[in-house]
Structures are given as C-alpha cells and as structure tokens.
Design a protein around this ligand. Sequence first.
Ligand SMILES: [Zn+2]
Length: 76
Amino acid sequence: MSGDYYCAHCEQEFVVDEGEDGGDRPPCPTCAQTESVYSVDTFSLVRDIRRQWIVVFAILFLAGAGFALYQWTTGE
Ligand SMILES: [Zn+2]
C-alpha cells in the first residue's frame, strides 16, 4: 500500500510512493521510526474521536458552570 502517513514523533506527514514501502508502516523519513507512524486515515480517525471528546467535555463544563451559577443565584 502507498499513501499518506503521519509520524507522531516528528509530527509531520509524508507520502510513500508505490513500490517503496515494504509493509503497513513504512519508516519515517526523518527519524526512521516505524512505531510512531500511522496512515493518515487511521490518524485522522483518532483525531476525530479526540475532537469529539473535547466537545463532550466542553458541554459538561458549560453544564456544570450553568448549574453552579444557578445554585449561586437561587440558593441563599
Ligand atoms: Zn518521525
């Protein structure tokens, strides 16, 4: 397989041409690591999940802040 890859170690994307790679995870051209290399498809999926968690936490934080404000304004 060829395509776009992302190195979590160097935080950069790189492209592997067809015929150059020898497996699922080609070595990073900068640091030569393979463990930190993900295909961009996989990594963008992880990034989307992480972004959804940020939204969930933001909603929970706003709900908590709203509840605290509600208690502060009503409870005397
Ligand atoms: Zn790297």
